[in-house]
Design a protein around this ligand. Structure first.
Ligand SMILES: [Cu+2]
Length: 228
């Protein structure tokens, strides 16, 4: 079961939501050989010393405290929205949750399509958006990328931003340093949040960077970066 609490964004209250995701069938027969006691390993966080050492060496060379080399703003535009939908979207922008586990008002999402809503990645340095951004890098570049999700847009949502072909570290969230570093290819950016990434551009080619919510991707929220 997926039991979560979802935010009713109109009234700012959480309501429970339950989905059955799958069913596990347990055999009457015991497993063929004794298993290690899972309760013991459960209490100990796994640590990958080799990866941690590599990240420490990497950060030493990359100067993670420098200002961002590039920025992206996450935004949204609407056009020809039905009057009632627009009013409701204004109202339901009053509240947001740091992580949205489900949608308390799915009808709001169903009422709009890519014809009325355009989700935007914007480079504030050039004003270019989505496929027009056109960033070029060279193999071996390490860039610091700041992604800021605009709080003021109608119906602001979290965006899981995914970069193909490369890897990155999430250095900070809302200016607070992240001490639990791991190589990632996706970062969740809640409404109103800012993340700082250190991107290891080691893989030549033309690669997508996009929101992993399929409707947002389809409604424009993607670009490509080229690593020469
Ligand atoms: Cu999105």
């Amino acid at each position: 079961m997926n039991r979560v609490r979802v935010l009713d964004r109109l009234f700012g209250r959480f309501v429970p939501e339950t989905d059955t995701l799958g069913v596990v069938v347990v055999d009457a027969e015991p497993p063929p050989r004794p298993h290690p006691d899972p309760a013991r390993s459960f209490d100990t966080l796994a640590a990958n010393r080799k990866v941690q050492d590599e990240i420490t060496r990497y950060l030493r060379e990359a100067d993670p405290n420098r200002p961002p080399d590039h920025e992206l703003v996450l935004a949204m535009e609407t056009h020809r929205l039905p009057f009632l939908s627009e009013r409701l979207m204004m109202l339901d922008s009053a509240w947001f949750a740091p992580v949205e586990w489900g949608a308390a008002m799915p009808a709001m999402n169903w009422a709009t399509t890519g014809k009325e809503v355009r989700w935007v990645l914007r480079d504030p340095a050039t004003g270019k958006e989505n496929n027009d951004i056109g960033w070029h890098f060279r193999r071996g570049d390490v860039i610091k990328l700041r992604i800021a999700n605009e709080r003021a847009v109608l119906h602001g949502m979290q965006h899981p931003i995914h970069l193909h072909g490369q890897r990155f570290l999430v250095l900070a969230v809302n200016g607070k340093r992240n001490d639990n570093l791991a190589w990632k290819d996706t970062v969740l950016v809640p409404s109103g949040a800012t993340v700082d990434l250190l991107v290891d551009l080691s893989n030549p080619g033309t690669w997508m960077l996009h929101c992993h919510i399929a409707e947002h991707l389809e409604a424009g929220m993607m670009t490509t970066i080229t690593v020469d």
